[in-house]
Write a protein that binds this ligand. Structure first.
Ligand SMILES: [Zn+2]
Length: 206
C-alpha cells in the first residue's frame, strides 16, 4: 500500500468507530484516583526539641547557615554561648591602647608582657580589654606561636602592603563578615570578647 492509501484506510476506520484523529494522544494517562492536593507540613519549632537546630544561632535563635559567626548578634557559632566577635570600635581601642603601652614601656616591657600572655591568645592590650584571639580550625584559643606569627610576622607583612595601598588593608574588618583583619586571615583567627575568661586555656590541654 502507498502512503496515501494508508491514510485513507485510517480515515475510514476512524469514521467507522467514531474517533477523532490523534484524540487518544490527548487523553490523560492516569485513570486512578486523583492524588490529594499538596499541603506543606509545618516545621516544628526548635524549642519543642529543647535544642536549637544547627542552622540556628544558639544565642538569638535566628537562622544562620554555615557561617562562623551570627550576623545578627555576633555570637561565634563554634564557641560557648555569649562569646561574641569584638566590635570594630573595641578592636580600634585595643590598637590605641597597644600603642600607648608600647610607648610607655619603651617597647621592651610590652615585649616581655606579650611573651607571657601570647600563650593565652592575648596581647597586653587584649588582656586589659578581656579580648582573646581564637584559632578557627581547632575552635580554641590561639597559642604562643600562632600569636607570634599573627602579631609579629603577619602584621609586619600587612603593614608593608598597607604602606603603599593607602592603608586600606588596616580597615579590612569593617567590611569583613567575621570582622577579620588580613592578619587574621593569614593566621586563621577571630578576635572575641571573653569577659569571664571562659576561653582561658587550662594547664591540662596546653
Ligand atoms: Zn545570633
Amino acid at each position: 500500500m502507498t502512503k496515501n492509501a494508508d491514510e485513507r484506510r485510517e480515515a475510514e476506520v476512524r469514521h467507522q468507530i467514531g474517533t477523532q484523529p490523534r484524540q487518544w494522544e490527548q487523553r490523560p494517562r492516569a485513570t486512578g484516583p486523583t492524588p490529594p492536593p499538596f499541603t506543606p507540613q509545618p516545621t516544628p519549632p526548635a524549642t519543642t526539641t529543647g535544642l536549637a537546630s544547627p542552622s540556628n544561632c544558639p544565642s538569638c535563635g535566628k537562622a544562620v547557615g554555615g557561617e562562623l559567626s551570627c550576623q545578627f548578634c555576633s555570637q561565634v557559632l563554634f564557641l560557648p554561648q555569649g562569646i561574641v566577635l569584638s566590635t570594630a570600635g573595641r578592636r580600634f581601642g585595643g590598637y590605641v591602647l597597644e600603642c600607648v603601652l608600647v610607648i610607655c614601656t619603651l617597647l621592651i616591657g610590652w615585649a616581655i608582657w606579650a611573651a607571657i600572655v601570647f600563650q593565652y591568645g592575648q596581647t597586653p592590650a587584649k588582656q586589659l580589654l578581656h579580648m582573646r584571639v581564637v584559632y578557627i580550625p581547632q575552635a580554641r584559643t590561639a597559642r604562643w606561636w600562632r600569636m607570634f606569627f599573627r602579631e609579629v610576622i603577619a602584621k609586619t607583612l600587612i603593614g608593608i602592603l598597607a604602606s603603599f595601598t593607602l592603608l586600606i588593608p588596616y580597615f579590612w574588618l569593617l567590611w569583613d563578615q567575621n570582622r577579620q583583619e588580613l592578619w587574621d586571615k593569614m593566621a586563621t583567627t577571630l578576635v572575641v570578647n571573653d569577659p569571664g575568661d571562659r576561653l582561658h586555656p587550662q594547664p591540662s590541654n596546653q
